[in-house]
Design a protein around this ligand. Structure first.
Ligand SMILES: [Zn+2]
Length: 212
């Protein structure tokens, strides 16, 4: 789908920051055309009406002639969006991919995102043979088996893997915030990288290098 500059960003499927579908993103800043090699480059910053976070876009605008003037008009096409859309790696177990994708798509709804991210964590642990007990006890078991590092284990205990969880006995269970959801999704993503993505990359690299 083509994305276009304008007072609002047109054609963007999901906000790259909160992943809400069909976001309304309004222009908060646009710079003068910058010369980059022989191209004019246009930058803009847009604010999402749902999460109020900013996204930067880049577009090319014409060619730069010998005098440094912009010639031609490439229209309002956006060529790159920062941050880019987050994708789920296909080396994760299929079930984990499906849950993690839904977690990313529901970051604007923290309860849903946490449930989906925790389901992704559950699916990854099951794939590695850890199927009994709570997520925390299984992660601890994986740490003592040296499947996960101690750092991963500590991190697991700092994020809210259960939307209803009370982290400390003296705290009441408060509704999870977007930050809570983001932290759980970040943890689930890192767990997937650690358990599946890196080993897949190593295998690919080995193959390309001609050794197995
Ligand atoms: Zn947003």
């Amino acid at each position: 789908m083509t994305i276009e500059f304008g007072n609002s960003l047109k054609g963007v499927d999901r906000c790259p920051q909160c992943n809400i579908a069909r976001p309304y993103m309004s222009l908060t800043w646009s710079g003068p055309i910058k010369v980059n090699g022989n191209r004019g480059v246009r930058w803009g910053v847009y604010e999402c009406s749902s999460c109020n976070r900013l996204t930067m876009v880049e577009g090319f605008e014409g060619q730069i002639d010998a005098l440094g003037l912009v010639r031609g008009d490439f229209g309002n096409l956006v060529r790159a969006v920062y941050p880019g859309q987050r994708e789920v790696d296909d080396s994760l177990p299929e079930e984990a991919q499906r849950y993690l994708k839904q977690a990313l798509e529901t970051l604007f709804a923290p309860d849903a995102a946490i449930v989906m991210a925790a389901s992704a964590v559950d699916a990854m642990l099951k794939d590695k043979g850890y199927s009994k007990g709570s997520l925390y006890t299984r992660i601890d078991q994986a740490v003592s088996d040296h499947i996960l590092t101690e750092g991963m284990g500590k991190w697991a205990h700092k994020v809210r893997l259960d939307a209803n969880a009370v982290r400390h006995a003296d705290e009441e269970a408060k509704p999870p915030t977007r930050e809570d959801a983001q932290q759980v999704v970040d943890f689930a993503t890192a767990l997937g990288d650690f358990l599946f993505v890196f080993t897949a990359r190593v295998d690919e690299g080995l193959k390309e290098a001609g050794g197995e």
